[in-house]
Design a protein around this ligand. Structure first.
Ligand SMILES: [Zn+2]
Length: 197
């Protein structure tokens, strides 16, 4: 159930790696919202993403996750905005991809993957998903939220969305657009008024 708690995780950005980016809200504002603020919260996020490793999550794991998240954010925004991707972020992502993570499937009630044994395995899966998305044709379906403090990246294959899935961005943006339209129509009406008088 969706609530208005700004610390709730978002799972509606279109892919796990994009949901990871959204664990830091208002990332470019003066008061970013860190939703992964402890190893316990990271464990919770990994469980919800079906990526819980088979051992405890540590504060060092949290720091590694933040590093992956921020290098992916830099690469995602560069891709969406058509800029040259930063070299350091490419090197950092390459380092994450170096870890071994074989795909092992299990049957049962539905298709499943063997759970990641370690946090590195979990991060490799997220990093691979991001690379496939950013370096493949699906990158054309990615968009960045136009709100200056957000710039959240999300998938929009149908090309209909303007803001990220966060309701606060859409409502702030719509209010601003409405005011701008109002001001424009008043400005357009003013010369007519003058002509009539
Ligand atoms: Zn947004």
């Amino acid at each position: 159930m969706a609530t208005d708690d700004p610390y709730d995780f978002r799972f509606d950005c279109g892919a796990t790696w994009l949901n990871l980016l959204a664990t830091r809200g208002r990332a470019f504002g003066s008061h970013p919202v860190e939703r992964l603020d402890s190893a316990e919260r990271l464990a919770e996020w990994l469980r919800a993403s079906e990526l819980a490793p088979g051992r405890d999550v540590t504060p060092e794991d949290l720091r590694r996750t933040w590093r992956l998240r921020e290098c992916l954010r830099a690469l995602a925004l560069a891709t969406v905005e058509g800029r040259t991707p930063p070299e350091e972020a490419i090197a950092e992502l390459g380092a994450f991809l170096g870890a071994e993570d074989r795909v092992e499937l299990t049957g049962g009630d539905r298709l499943r993957r063997r759970p990641p044994a370690t946090i590195d395995d979990a991060l490799v899966r997220i990093a691979r998903q991001a690379v496939d998305h950013l370096a493949g044709v699906d990158r054309d379906g990615l968009k960045a939220c136009p709100e200056d403090d957000c710039r959240g990246v999300f998938t929009d294959p149908a090309g209909r969305r303007r803001w990220c899935p966060s309701p606060s961005c859409a409502s702030r943006g719509r209010v601003r657009a409405h005011r701008a339209r109002l001001a424009a129509s008043q400005a357009a009406a003013a010369p007519a008024e003058l002509r009539r008088s």
